[in-house]
Design a protein around this ligand. Structure first.
Ligand code: ATP
Ligand code: MN
Length: 431
């Protein structure tokens, strides 16, 4: 409350199907209150009169199906009301997905004429498109509409650059049980996160595809034990890299997950290619992009990544208190996944280059890893497939004392992350 500039205050009246768009200045907060009517933010209903404090550096679009009055207190950039939104189209997509869930539910406990049980699998929806088309926002909207209909969809975020479940450089999955909090996003109490270590699939295709296979196994398993999850299906977010190898990666992802629905945002060419290359049973739809989506430069993208990491440690409202502690070298083993490529002649007899991309390489703690992110593995022995075991979280190396053989790491609150095995990320973070 004290961070909001109270000298700036404005009320906005929205008519049916209009959207109030604004950005909050970087480092600032703005207070949003719905005074009258019904409004939602990316599919989450806003509670009337309740003050929401939105932080800077992001774009917001408050939409109403009926009408509403919204008050913004605090400094915003370019606040305006628009009636040009793709929301009707998105709502129709959401209804279509719900229809598939209903069909899945009806198939439960039914058998075909040979007496074999019918597959009660819910829709697996994949969202694809270039950068800055609103992929992450569309996923959030579809998941929110799904839970509001009483479903339990799983969110799988495969975008290693702008990751929204883990931190950049990782991929994650999350069962969605309630709509995203307007400020804090989805409840992150029980996500499953895997370390990848780079911001593009390009850096290690073999590892990326191994992790995709792993995460889909896990999802299938979850469906096996939870009927509700099985019917509800999943929403898969993907990377904005859609050319050449990026495109091949999308095809591979669709195949691995056996995607039923592919939503292609604002990319006619990509859409045509997918129609040509994906099997006939896949329902591919070309969707409009919202004019409200912010476009980010390369530099802003890097900043956005940093902001995602900062949020992981400090909380979306700066409410967490991350702490630092010392870890003796003897208590940990650090590994890097993938060895540098060697010419074939330099490889030991009987090995091939292919193996090196997912090979674990021991890393001695030194000042070389200063400020690097380390993923703390849940593996308890090195025999467990370290590369494909999920992680409990991420620490940052803040200091390395080679003489005393200890390093200082920053850990997210409230519990320090403990684990013997750590995986080195190429990403660094300085606060
Ligand atoms: P990336 O390529 O980085 O993954 P993306 O395609 O996932 O981007 P989003 O992250 O969904 O795009 O959107 C980019 C930014 O635009 C975000 O800050 C988001 O909050 C904002 N945004 C999305 N839709 C709207 C809207 N309708 N009104 C205002 N801001 C919006
Ligand atoms: Mn995104």
């Amino acid at each position: 409350e004290s961070l909001v500039d109270k000298t700036c205050k404005e009320d906005y009246a929205l008519h049916p199907e209009q959207e109030l768009r604004f950005e909050v200045e970087k480092g600032e907060y703005a207070k949003i209150q719905v005074l009258e009517g019904n409004a939602e933010l990316f599919g989450t209903e806003l509670i009337k009169q309740k003050p929401y404090f939105f932080n800077g550096g992001k774009g917001y679009g408050i939409f109403t199906w009926s009408s509403c009055k919204v008050r913004i207190t605090g400094k915003t950039e370019s606040a305006y009301i628009s009636k040009d939104t793709p929301m009707v189209q998105y709502l129709n997509v959401s209804f279509a997905i719900e229809g598939l869930r209903k069909k899945a539910e009806e198939r439960e406990d039914q058998v075909d004429n040979q007496g074999n049980p019918l597959d009660a699998r819910g829709p697996r929806v994949m969202v694809v498109g270039g950068t800055d088309v609103g992929k992450t926002t569309l996923c959030r909207l579809l998941l929110n509409y799904g839970v509001r209909l009483g479903r339990r969809p799983v969110f799988i975020d495969l975008d290693v650059g702008q990751q929204s479940i883990g931190i950049p450089g990782s991929i994650g999955a999350l069962m969605v049980e309630r709509p995203a909090d307007p400020v804090e996003g989805f409840d992150m109490k029980a996500p499953i996160v895997y370390h990848y270590g780079h911001t593009t699939p390009n850096a290690n295709f073999k590892l990326y595809s191994a992790l995709i296979t792993r995460i889909q196994d896990l999802y299938n398993n979850k469906c096996h034990y939870n009927q509700k999850v099985h019917h509800s299906g999943c929403v898969i977010n993907t990377c904005g890299w859609v050319n050449r190898k990026g495109y091949d990666t999308l095809l591979e992802t669709a195949k691995t997950f056996e995607a039923d629905v592919v939503l292609c945002l604002d990319a006619e060419r990509l859409y045509q290619d997918l129609v040509r290359d994906l099997p006939d049973f896949v329902n591919i739809m070309l969707l409009k992009k919202s004019p409200g989506v912010l476009t980010r430069s390369k530099e802003q993208r890097r900043e956005a990544r940093e902001a995602l990491i900062r949020e992981y440690y400090d909380g979306p409202r700066g409410q967490f208190f991350p702490h630092s502690f010392d870890v003796p070298f003897d208590n940990i083993d650090i590994f890097k996944i993938g060895t540098p490529s060697l010419p074939n002649s330099a490889l030991p007899i009987g090995t091939t280059m292919g193996d090196t991309e997912t090979k674990l390489m021991s890393v001695a703690p030194s000042t070389d890893i200063m400020n690097h992110i380390l993923a703390v593995s849940r593996a308890e022995t090195v025999e467990e497939e370290l590369t494909e075991t999920n992680v409990s979280g991420f620490v940052v190396v803040k200091a390395v004392d080679e003489e005393r053989r200890v390093m200082t790491v920053k850990s997210p609150a409230p519990h320090p992350l403990i684990g013997r095995y750590m995986l080195l990320s190429t990403l660094r973070y300085m606060d």
